[in-house]
Design a protein around this ligand. Structure first.
Ligand SMILES: *[C@@H]1O[C@H](CO)[C@@H](O)[C@H](O)[C@H]1NC(C)=O
Ligand SMILES: *[C@@H]1O[C@H](CO)[C@@H](O)[C@H](O)[C@H]1NC(C)=O
Ligand SMILES: *[C@@H]1O[C@H](CO)[C@@H](O)[C@H](O)[C@H]1NC(C)=O
Ligand SMILES: *[C@@H]1O[C@H](CO)[C@@H](O)[C@H](O)[C@H]1NC(C)=O
Ligand SMILES: *[C@@H]1O[C@H](CO)[C@@H](O)[C@H](O)[C@H]1NC(C)=O
Ligand SMILES: *[C@@H]1O[C@H](CO)[C@@H](O)[C@H](O)[C@H]1NC(C)=O
Length: 456
């Protein structure tokens, strides 16, 4: 469980029980401190691993050299700092940079670690008796998911990290250099919260979670079910390589972002389906997180598209109150999910009017003048290409934009100024996709998305 002691009067009592406590401190460096507490009497050493990354700033981070980027301990935080995910944890540690973080025990089996973290999403797992983080997995018994803060997932083993979102405190985190307020991903006020759950659907040939059964997660807005006969716009939102349909909620707090987009009037109540593109059939590799195989090949996007068109899309439309035409359907995804979104754009053009390619790991050959001549509808869609300034697919995302420019496809652009190939970039992409793209009048032009955004 995550406790926010700022809101929980039972703070003192609760500290004894909670695994992760987020405390509003009213002091530097960030105004919030996060206490991790893990009980393991047999462990000799415990690290907090995962998405609690070292911090950097925009004057020291570059997209081209991770070796020499500034990497600061959270206790050295300064306003304007942010994390970029560390793509090469095997690199030798810099003196100022300790990651993953070492927990302390006074010999009683209670392990603790406290860090002052700035606004944002963090994921973590405990690494027990582990001396080299990349080699410690569920399979080796060294990666332990926090028993008190289980991940959002369908089947045990489908997620390997727990997560929490730290609030922004303007007194300590406001910076003239950069806006790093991610509070749009915090819980919306009561009455504005939709529901999110995992769902099994019939998908002949699927090999996970059971034969001929596949799964997705679904977000239903707070209003859903209360207006007889109402059909809701529908956004499909895909994970990337080495992920699954629970990622967007577990690692990205998708439901909170949707609640806040709807609550602030940026979009009408919208249903979100986050599908899973692995294990659709036995032609591809078997992949679940617990197996830690990022090297498993990704099923080809046209293959996934065909399968979704055959089984997923009809199933969703026949089981939920969702609209039945392109004008109220969107497809977006991150990384390899961005490739899938591009595939939908090119080869399922009639199905969706809106597309989000977030950190797209696309590669040439791209569509060209002949593609557009054969499929002029490509020019009439609402498209966004979003990525991070420190994203390792930055060159690919730019190439995709260049290909769009060459054939006259208008798109909304978002380059997250703090972003790497990671969840802060994708939360940001979804937030701006809602504000600037979803359900806006077509075709897109220079006035699209010019309306001002309300603050969270
Ligand atoms: C304690 O650590 C061991 C590895 O040394 C692990 O197998 C076990 O599951 C851990 N126990 C708990 C309660 O997390
Ligand atoms: C990590 O695992 C790889 C592959 O199994 C192995 O070659 C390497 O020696 C391990 N590294 C450490 C530091 O244990
Ligand atoms: C989906 O099916 C798997 C395998 O039978 C099961 O373990 C899981 O609980 C099911 N999930 C839901 C939401 O029904
Ligand atoms: C990893 O995959 C293999 C099959 O490829 C399976 O036998 C094994 O149980 C999986 N590991 C976990 C932790 O699920
Ligand atoms: C598409 O569906 C929406 C919502 O159900 C509806 O308002 C709209 O008129 C439909 N458009 C077309 C072209 O059928
Ligand atoms: C679209 O379909 C064509 C024809 O099947 C295929 O060659 C191409 O790879 C698909 N995807 C894209 C993005 O062009």
């Amino acid at each position: 469980m995550v406790l926010f002691t700022a809101f929980a009067l039972a703070g003192l009592v609760a500290i004894g029980l909670a695994s992760v406590t987020i405390r509003k401190t009213g002091r530097a460096p960030t105004g919030y401190e996060v206490d991790f507490r893990y009980v393991n009497a047999t462990a000799k050493r415990v690290l907090v691993g995962g998405g609690i990354q070292p911090l950097t700033d925009q004057f020291h981070a570059t997209g081209t050299s991770y070796r020499f980027n500034g990497r600061y301990d959270p206790w050295k935080y300064q306003p304007g700092d942010f994390y970029v995910s560390n793509p090469s944890p095997q690199l030798p540690a810099e003196p100022a940079y300790k990651w993953p973080y070492e927990m302390k025990s006074s010999g009683d089996g209670v392990w603790t670690y406290t860090a002052p973290l700035p606004s944002g999403i963090y994921s973590f797992a405990y690494l027990v008796n582990c001396n080299y983080a990349p080699n410690c997995s569920i399979d080796t018994g060294q990666l332990v998911i926090d028993p008190d803060l289980p991940p959002f997932m369908n089947v045990h083993g489908d997620q390997v990290a727990s997560s929490f979102q730290v609030p922004f405190d303007a007194n300590f985190q406001a910076s003239p250099e950069l806006n790093t307020n991610f509070d749009y991903a915090l819980d919306a006020p009561a009455g504005h919260r939709g529901t999110v759950k995992t769902v099994n659907y019939t998908s002949p040939g699927s090999i996970h979670p059971a034969q001929d059964v596949h799964d997705f997660s679904i977000y239903l807005p707070a209003e859903y079910g209360s207006v007889p006969g109402k059909k809701y716009p529908l956004l499909y939102l895909s994970h990337g390589a080495g992920g699954n349909g629970a990622d967007w909620e577990n690692l990205g707090r998708m439901s909170h972002i949707m609640d806040n987009l709807i609550r602030l009037g940026h979009i009408p109540p919208t249903v979100v389906v986050t599908p899973s593109f692995y294990n659709l059939d036995s032609e591809g590799p078997f992949f679940i997180y617990g197996n830690k195989s990022l090297s498993v090949p990704v099923p080809p996007a046209p293959h996934v598209r065909g399968n979704f068109q055959k089984y997923l899309f009809p199933w969703v439309e026949s089981h939920y109150d969702v609209c039945q035409n392109a004008s109220c359907r969107a497809f977006a995804g991150l990384s390899m999910g961005g490739v899938l979104s591009y595939e939908m754009f090119v080869n399922a053009t009639d199905m969706f009017d809106y597309y989000g390619m977030f950190s797209p790991a696309t590669n040439p050959p791209y569509i060209d003048a002949a593609s557009v001549a054969a499929n002029p509808a490509l020019l009439k869609k609402g498209t966004m290409v979003a990525y991070g300034l420190y994203d390792f697919v930055f060159p690919q995302a730019r190439d995709l934009q260049t290909a769009f420019d060459a054939v006259g496809i208008r798109y909304i652009n978002r380059v997250s100024p703090f972003g790497s190939h990671y969840w802060n970039t994708w939360q940001d992409a979804l937030w701006w996709f809602g504000i600037k793209v979803l359900w806006k009048p077509l075709p897109f032009g220079v006035q699209t998305g010019r309306q001002r955004a309300a603050s969270v």
